[in-house]
Write a protein that binds this ligand. Structure first.
Ligand SMILES: Cc1ncc(COP(=O)(O)O)c(C=O)c1O
Length: 389
């Protein structure tokens, strides 16, 4: 592929690695030169089933033979089927479909703002990440993502992660919602504590505010439950999702509890492609595959195994400060920036990620095997042994 042409015509909103990926199957991807890589960060969190899962490919194939797109003023079967699956696996309510995580959060923000005109404040977390649209950038508690885009929509206030006292002090009758990720993803793989989750729920109940959980990255089996909130004794009022819901096909959605389903009425919110039948067919195949193939159990087992192996590396390499995460959403905090390690792993044909500058992020497909984990841990071990700590 001619990368010079790509660089000439595609806006440079990303720093790209010098690799052109042309094929993916399960845990593996291949570049245009035929090199094979083991992918431990498939699709930037959108690859919980790995690449081209056969049931997902088949579902997309079947659907594209029938109709590619159905405007939302008509019914389409896959949209209804996916909504039913999401609700049956979360809480009673309804689903709105869109095309990305940012759009799912944007819709959730609109819903809580519309519910009560006197409540406009949304509390989010410092170091959170909720997307790149102007409202979700404002919701994101990291100034790096906001700089230069002012004026941002107002009304967002940022609480420190897991700081229960601060959350209590920020809660007033003006608060429309508290919104956070059960594990901060782009914020460095930081799990929310049960105490913080419980307090957020209780404060929302006591102050007539809604709890929005952003499960764009943690959802769809990543942590060993279909949604990460299911590890806690708490239900959100709104649950946003995207990434792996489509098995590699673009989709976003939010589920809302039954009592809040009448707030958005015809004309108040929408999306041309939201709920597209191809995307929804893919989503149905993803959720069915997770259930049919017992992948939640595998996630827990392999997550424990991977964390144990990484804890072993921690004993050997002083650069590793902490290993944390739930299920197969694992971060390894380093004492120095991790970009070089990501590059060195890629040179050894293992793809991983570094988030928040110094946290190596490992999120393999949830059907990963022990042998694949062993290989990746061995490569990381060799890379760490070769660099100055
Ligand atoms: C927690 C979370 N929310 C929202 C988003 C935005 O999703 P999208 O890129 O699909 O708009 C992301 C993307 O990384 C995310 O991790």
């Amino acid at each position: 592929m001619d990368r010079k042409l790509f660089d000439k015509y595609v806006l440079k909103t990303y720093n790209r690695f010098p690799v052109t990926l042309v094929k993916g199957r399960g845990m593996k991807v291949w570049d245009d030169k035929g090199n094979e890589y083991l992918d431990f960060f498939p699709g930037w969190g959108a690859g919980n089933l790995g690449h081209c899962h056969p049931k997902v490919v088949q579902a997309i194939h079947n659907q594209i033979e029938n109709i590619l797109h159905v405007p939302n003023v008509y019914y389409n079967e896959p949209q209804g089927e996916l909504a039913k699956l999401i609700i049956e696996n979360s809480f009673d309510g309804q689903v709105f479909f869109c095309n990305s995580g940012a759009e799912a959060n944007e819709g959730a923000i609109k819903l809580v703002r519309k519910r009560n005109p006197h409540k406009k404040v949304i509390i989010t977390l410092k170091n959170s990440f909720h997307g790149r649209t102007i409202a979700t950038v404002a919701a994101t508690g990291q100034s790096d993502y906001q700089k230069g885009f002012e004026p941002l929509p107002g009304g967002f206030e940022y609480c420190e992660v897991n700081n229960v006292d601060m959350l209590k002090s920020m809660m007033t009758d003006k608060v429309a919602a508290v919104m956070f990720e059960p594990i901060l993803g782009e914020g460095g793989i930081v799990p929310i504590t049960p105490e913080f989750m419980q307090t957020a729920r209780e404060l929302c109940d006591a102050n007539d505010a809604l709890l929005i959980l952003d499960e764009v990255q943690t959802g769809i089996g990543r942590t060993g439950k279909l949604f990460a909130y299911q590890h806690f004794d708490v239900e959100p009022d709104i649950l946003t999702m995207a990434k792996s819901l489509g098995g590699g096909f673009p989709i976003g959605a939010f589920a809302v509890k039954r009592q809040y389903c009448d707030i958005l009425q015809p004309g108040s919110h929408g999306s041309t492609f939201g709920g597209n039948p191809v995307a929804c067919s893919s989503g149905v195949a993803v959720i069915n595959a997770i259930v049919d193939e017992n992948l939640l159990e595998n996630t827990t087992k392999m997550g424990d195994y991977l964390r144990e192996k990484l804890e072993g590396l921690k004993k050997k390499h002083s650069i590793i400060k902490e290993v944390r995460g739930i299920g197969l959403m694992i971060g390894m905090e380093l004492a120095k920036p991790g970009a070089e390690i990501v590059d060195l792993c890629r040179e050894r044909h293992v793809l991983i990620n570094c988030t928040h500058k110094n946290v190596l992020r490992l999120m393999p497909a949830i059907n990963v095997s022990k042998a694949e984990i062993d290989r990746v841990v061995d490569v990381i071990d060799k890379v760490l042994s070769g660099i100055a700590e």
